[in-house]
Design a protein around this ligand. Structure first.
Ligand SMILES: [Zn+2]
Length: 296
């Protein structure tokens, strides 16, 4: 944990490595920590680039100690396994110190993800305003305000931060088993804009960015899942605009090379927000998910 304290002012909590195999945020937070040692800080920045450290050391999404998925265990429990204890520490010790929370995720080794910032709407008009301000300062290419029901619900770090009255956002920064340079740069630039515009690092350099495209997730029923154990041959890329009825890809059954491949089709219009990375898929694996543009 790195804490950079510049006296009176607001506190930003920056976390990555909540899932150990997502690297863009882990690298971006190292860059930010270095940059903050070279500039004036007004307030406080608390940085944890390897939040679920056992998972980071193992290069895995979940902890090797107890199998825990840290982003499904909030608000945590001090008397449970090590992963839940980390969640409890963040909730009980770090949230009370913070005004703003940014938890950086990417697709990891299994998903390729459209670069997006996600936030819950907030419980009061003032909190909603602060969250909207945070999203606008960060300026990911795409932003999504969620109702908090999908993808882990109230058990995620950022949902728990919002439940504690803080302004919070999370990100998806591309993905794959390696490091996306674009995703890393985007995270660093977004945090620089946040720290500069909130007045916490008023002199830090921060590249300009266009306002985000506003998107909404489509319901889980529009996600395409693998219907059997097989090889997924995708026909679309992340970011592609697709129409209902168009093919998303083929599923080739294992062990039966002369059997018909299964054609998988979209059941809604939208943009591909994520796509599975590994070709080999087991029954029930998510292969493609959709989002849609919000008409202003
Ligand atoms: Zn993640």
């Amino acid at each position: 944990m790195i804490c950079i304290n510049g006296g009176e002012g607001r506190t930003v909590l920056l976390t990555a490595g909540t899932h150990g195999d997502e690297y863009e945020g882990q690298i971006a937070l190292r860059r930010i920590a270095h940059a903050l040692t070279q500039t004036k800080v007004k307030g406080r920045v608390i940085i944890l680039p390897e939040l679920n450290r056992p998972a980071v050391v193992a290069g895995r999404r979940n902890s090797p100690l107890d199998g825990g998925n840290l982003n499904r265990l909030f608000p945590g429990d001090a008397n449970s396994g090590p992963t839940s204890m980390i969640a409890n520490y963040v909730t009980e010790v770090l949230f009370p110190l913070a005004d703003y929370v940014l938890d950086l995720h990417s697709g990891g080794s299994s998903l390729d993800y459209m670069p997006v910032a996600l936030a819950h709407r907030g419980r009061t008009p003032q909190q909603a305003h602060q969250i909207a301000e945070l999203l606008d300062c960060f300026r990911a290419p795409n932003s999504i305000l969620t109702d908090g029901k999908g993808g882990g619900g109230a058990t995620t770090l950022y949902a728990s931060a919002v439940a504690h009255g803080l302004a919070a956002l999370t990100t998806e920064l591309g993905g794959g088993p390696g490091v996306s340079a674009a995703g890393t740069d985007l995270a660093e630039a977004g945090i620089r804009r946040v720290l500069r515009q909130l007045g916490i690092a008023p002199e830090i350099s921060a590249p300009e960015a266009k306002p985000s495209r506003r998107l909404r997730m489509l319901p889980p029923a529009t996600t395409i899942y693998s219907s059997s154990h097989g090889i997924f041959e995708p026909l679309v890329k992340v970011g592609d605009r697709v129409r209902s009825g168009e093919p998303a890809g083929y599923l080739h059954p294992l062990g039966r090379p002369l059997d018909e491949r299964t054609e998988l089709r979209f059941n809604a219009d939208g943009f591909v927000i994520f796509r599975r990375f590994p070709a080999l898929a087991a029954t029930g694996d998510a292969l493609c998910g959709l989002c849609a543009e919000i008409e202003e």
